[in-house]
Design a protein around this ligand. Structure first.
Ligand SMILES: O=c1ccn([C@@H]2O[C@H](COP(=O)(O)OP(=O)(O)O)[C@@H](O)[C@H]2O)c(=O)[nH]1
Ligand SMILES: O=C(O)[C@@H](COP(=O)(O)O)O[C@H]1O[C@H](CO)[C@@H](O)[C@H](O)[C@H]1O
Length: 213
């Protein structure tokens, strides 16, 4: 079975190498696709050096759009979505996201941080439906046409689609995993403004509705 890892990345040159390194060395992953979403830094070059497939977008189109282009670049039956800024990723985390799909026929897994860091653990306990770490069957993604419109609302759109279409979903705990927060990447003020923009993109997608008939 083909399993493709898709890593959307915007200005992640300092963080993405450690994520790619784990993914590309994992036997169950047949293809690794990095979508550099109009990054202004060396994200694409860093990824190319790791000898994985890189889609290097000229302009920033938002996370949902980057994910959609990644999906279109592969025919894998199972897709693993991972953020590029994870800290502490191991093969075990990947197994936890993929095994329920290939062994239990679950349609989508959602990874929840635990014992990574207090702030990121708490964020995911409060809003588990925002997690970017997911395993998904391709057929589920085919039912959602406008992922490219969602930007940071992509996870809300996925979660809503799952609920409205009775897709079988399983939350899996990802121990000792965390990510780098916006305020850490951009500084307090720019990071907080970026966070507000993200919340707006999320809110805009809450009424998102596409029923597969
Ligand atoms: O316009 C964007 C914003 C973010 N990302 C990527 O989406 C993932 C999740 O983003 P995160 O929540 O970490 O937000 P960020 O801190 O990057 O704003 C990361 O791999 C980002 O690099 C993206 O591809 N396009
Ligand atoms: O945890 C959160 O509140 C946000 C913002 O994370 P940061 O701490 O700013 O990196 O990130 C999550 O939500 C985003 C929107 O759904 C997803 O795209 C990220 O993958 C997820 O980590």
């Amino acid at each position: 079975m083909k399993i493709a890892a898709i890593i959307p990345a915007y200005n992640e040159e300092e963080r993405i190498a450690q994520v790619i390194n784990v993914v590309k060395n994992h036997d169950i992953i047949t293809e690794t696709i990095v979508v550099s979403d109009g990054s202004e830094d060396n994200t694409a070059t860093v990824a190319q050096r790791q000898m994985v497939e890189v889609i290097d977008l000229e302009k920033n189109i938002g996370k949902g759009g980057a994910m959609k282009l990644g999906i279109e670049a592969t025919d894998a039956q199972v897709i693993l979505f991972l953020d590029a800024d994870l800290v502490g990723l191991t093969k075990r985390h990947i197994n936890k996201l993929i095994n329920p799909i290939i062994q239990e026929d679950i349609d989508m897994t959602v990874g929840i941080f635990n014992q990574g860091r207090v702030a990121t653990d708490l964020a995911q306990k409060i809003t588990p439906f925002l997690s970017g770490q997911r395993g998904v069957k391709r057929k589920v993604l085919q039912g959602i046409s406008n992922l490219d419109m969602t930007r940071f609302g992509v996870e809300v759109a996925l979660t809503k689609y799952v609920k409205e279409n009775e897709v079988e979903i399983k939350e899996v705990v990802l121990e000792d995993l965390t990510h780098v927060m916006k305020e850490e990447k951009l500084g307090i003020v720019k990071g907080f403004l970026a966070r507000l923009k993200m919340y707006w993109e999320i809110i805009k997608n809450i009424p998102y509705h596409r029923r597969k008939n």
